[in-house]
Design a protein around this ligand. Structure first.
Ligand code: ZN
Length: 412
């Protein structure tokens, strides 16, 4: 399957001197934007549509993308689609549909959700099924470097050399590994945490020809090869002069382990270079005090909210109300407060005289540069509304509208 990214979105130019973007990452505080930022964000497994947790994640990386672009820097942004994986095949079997049709339909829905939420598209939006030759070559390289072994025709990645960098304790890792698609108890494995790289074909599952037999890839290796190939180019194995291969590896905090740990380890196993300068993770979104999950059946879908008539800009504003890195709760009252706030901003933007734009623009860029502090940015917008209502003095609503659009993605 070949998929084009969703249509590009206009970002109004902004004349503003902005501080350097500083993010709190798993490795400490890091600055971005001086050189081109190579950013990879893990995409969806297209068996269900975009829920609010997805939306909050892609919104976060959109803010990074927008900030770097508005401050005169460049980002190369790549996102994958996990269009072959266990959950997708299981859902297709359950619903008695072809897995490819299920994936394509859900990818199209995701694209329309992303467009509606004003998320800038990636330069490359890459389905795993289009990257089989890359996976094939990568496994060959890992084999040459001594990181691959076989268990009953399946190929495993030997992760033992990387275990001293586990982001969590070994016990926690074993429990999470089992929950998230791993097979810690399979006999024949060298270490229970070793992830599968290539799954030999079984039970008439879809498969691809490769130098490692007919089969399909494990989850982590797809992100490893798609990120390296599309961010660094086809000659990524010979990349020179970089202290890390890419700058930002992003996704929800549920990807910290095993997914990001394993794809990073595999990239390093191939190249000898550490994978990402920073891992940036977004918090989880719960509903009415409970965890939002497939198993609970309480996922809130973006497309459903939009079909019920909710303005996507209000969804976007509502998601900006919380700090990206923290877990947050969604409820009707979150949406209601966003609705009121957006109406108030729109009313002020429609006036001929408002409070001056410059202090607001400075406050917005300061807040966003400080680890994407969106609650502080929204507070500054509300203070500007208040000042515009009490003491309007200048014809600068247009400048504010353009800044909200370019920096925050709020096209009001
Ligand atoms: Zn990934």
């Amino acid at each position: 399957m070949r998929i084009a990214p969703w249509p590009s979105i206009y970002v109004p130019p902004l004349e503003l001197k902005m501080p350097t973007l500083r993010l709190s990452t798993s490795a400490g505080e890091r600055d971005f934007g001086a050189d081109e930022t190579l950013m990879y964000v893990c995409g969806i497994t297209p068996y269900d549509s975009t829920h609010l947790g997805h939306a909050a994640t892609y919104l976060t990386f959109d803010l990074i993308n927008r900030y770097i672009s508005c401050s005169g820097g460049q980002t190369l942004f790549v996102e994958n689609i996990t269009d072959i994986d266990e959950p997708l095949l299981q859902r297709a079997t359950r619903d008695q549909v072809d897995w490819k049709d299920l994936a394509l339909g859900q990818v199209q829905l995701f694209q329309s959700d992303m467009s509606a939420l004003h998320i800038l598209p990636p330069a490359h939006f890459v389905p795993a099924t289009s990257a089989m030759n890359l996976v094939d070559q990568a496994i060959t390289r890992m084999k040459i470097n001594g990181f691959v072994y076989e268990v009953e025709n399946d190929l495993y990645f030997d992760c033992s050399k990387f275990l001293d960098k586990l982001p969590i304790s070994l016990d926690e890792a074993l429990a999470i590994f089992a929950e998230r698609g791993g097979d810690p108890t399979r006999s024949g494995k060298k270490h229970p945490l070793d992830p599968v790289l290539w799954i030999a074909n079984r039970d008439n599952e879809p498969g691809w020809e490769s130098s490692h037999g007919f089969g399909r890839p494990g989850w982590h290796v797809e992100c490893c090869v798609i990120s390296l190939h599309y961010l660094l180019g086809p000659d990524y194995l010979n990349v020179k002069g970089r202290s890390t291969l890419i700058d930002i590896q992003g996704g929800g905090s549920d990807l910290i382990f095993p997914h990001h740990f394993m794809s990073g380890a595999q990239a390093q196993a191939m190249t000898g270079i550490e994978f990402a300068k920073a891992y940036v993770h977004t918090g989880m979104v719960g509903l009415d005090g409970e965890k939002m999950s497939k198993s609970k059946g309480n996922l809130v879908f973006v497309s459903k909210l939009i079909s019920e008539g909710v303005d996507p800009m209000i969804i976007r504003y509502a998601l900006l109300q919380s700090k990206y890195s923290e877990d947050r709760m969604w409820s009707d009252s979150v949406l209601d407060s966003a609705y009121e706030a957006v109406n108030r901003i729109r009313l002020n933007l429609s006036k001929s005289e408002v409070s001056p734009a410059a202090p607001l623009l400075a406050a917005l860029s300061n807040a966003l540069s400080n680890d994407l502090d969106t609650p502080a940015a929204l507070l500054a917008i509300n203070q500007w509304c208040e000042a515009s209502e009490e003491n309007p003095s200048v014809d600068e609503a247009g400048i504010v509208a353009r800044a909200l659009d370019s920096l925050m993605g709020l096209a009001l």
